[in-house]
Design a protein around this ligand. Sequence first.
Ligand code: NDP
Length: 251
Amino acid sequence: MAKTAIITGGSRGIGEAMALKLGELGYNVVINYRSESSKSLSDDLAAKIKDQYGVETLVVRADVSKYEDCETLVKEAVAKFGDKIDVLVNNAGITNNCNFVDITKESYTNLINTNLLSALHMTHLVLPYMVNHSTKDEQCCIVNTSSIGGLIGVINQADYCASKAGLIGFTRAIALEFAGKGIRCNAIAPGMIMTDMLRGVNQDELKALAATIPQGFIGDVSAIAGALEYILTASYLTGQVISPNGGIVQQ
Ligand code: NDP
């Protein structure tokens, strides 16, 4: 029977690469996005995954910082693909890139809701569709996109670092709580990856950034899709943080 995966923030960047990887691995893929401007991107991606890998897809607009939107997302996934969800990738995320004096309460609250609370909401809503089905041999997986900002401090990213470190704590606790039930939970903590998050940075700054990376270059989204594939196939891996980061951070 086909397996089902939900990915939040699947419209572009790292999420797009991971959605393609999920299709390649044979999962029916539920692609979530938030902005109206990403609707056509998400629809095109869904069609590409269907064509390329012969799996089914579903596109759902939802702001995952809101519990009610997460409920709609999970309901639509279950209505289309049935009451077993095999994989949940909590990937949606934003940055504010602001010092912690000028930043507003609204901005950092929105970031925590988007990057951290969304993962709690989605996991809370999806777990009932995992616990009754998963076994040692038919495992379900939750994968959280953290960041090296969850492992080290970064200037002007206090809210982001708090959200990403929070995701790591959440990953470890969920992994322990559900390890005996055939559910694995791991995090990916990417270093600097070329997506829209970095496209605003000018060429000189990008060069300077690349020079701070021991491997000497900014990563490609394929490195993160590769980490996802490893996690999904590594049946004895849970509660771990995999960090493709070019050597910036050593754990
Ligand atoms: P992008 O800005 O390219 O994509 C962000 C994705 O998140 C989009 O699909 C966006 O949807 C979605 N999203 C944002 N807010 C919401 C929301 N409230 N509800 C639903 N979806 C939402 O970023 P990246 O691909 O670079 O980042 C993906 C993840 O990887 C993030 O969690 C980020 O923190 C993390 N990361 C990225 C790094 C990098 O260097 N790029 C480094 C470390 C971690 P929409 O298209 O509709 O706006």
